[in-house]
Design a protein around this ligand. Sequence first.
Ligand SMILES: [Zn+2]
Length: 270
Amino acid sequence: MPLPLLRDLFKRLDPQNPVASAGARPYPAARPQSGSKAPAVTPTMLDINGRPVALEVRVSPRARRMLLRVDHKREVVVLTLPRAASQREGLRFALGQTAWIAARLAALPPRTSLAPGAVVPILGMEHLVRHRPDARGTVWLEEGEIHVAGGIEFLPRRLSDYLRRRARQEIAARVAVHAAHVTKPVKGITVRDTASRWGSCSPTGGLSFSWRLVLAPAAVLDYVVAHEVAHLAHFDHSPHFWGLVGEMIDDVEGPRRWLRDHGAALHRFG
Ligand SMILES: [Zn+2]
């Protein structure tokens, strides 16, 4: 599937979810015992093989049927309801899909913390993370390793900042190259941590990308950048659009397949 456009991104990034926060019906098994000292339980929790998994309910005017997905990054279940469906119907639907949810959770790639000893890819090349408490500087690459100076407590943040900075540099450089193929100017580049969209293009020419693309092979990052820049000329996924992407990069299908097969794994870092 082609990458969705900005309207999807904005909709998904909306931090307020009035439906879920307005008190979705609690799943009976997760309701705290009255009088117990147990901490408050999230309003809606699913019991997946004995493991509590949060269920987020969203109402979408564009949804035509109930949709369930597992958010790979946060390990929560997201239920999207059309306006016509009730919370109760949605919950019943979700409860009927626990085997599917369990299988999706079990299939998640392993999680990698940004910590010493971790192996983190940069443009697809694996790098071992090394802590250099006594060294000067902040973060640098050395013989296939990422060296991080300073206190151990700052390491995850320093490494994360470095990766985002590097992502911005790589993306900006590729945008500059591909922008030569279109007449509409780029109005700005945003790099953020998106949950399910690798990139987007706004009608006014603003481009947005996931910093996690810097973890992927260079050809994959290049494809996503070409895709979004091509939207400056064609705000659709027409044959003209794909023709332009094909003029910008040699291989379109390879990176698309890579994202389909391995994209979820990029969300398991940090
Ligand atoms: Zn697109």
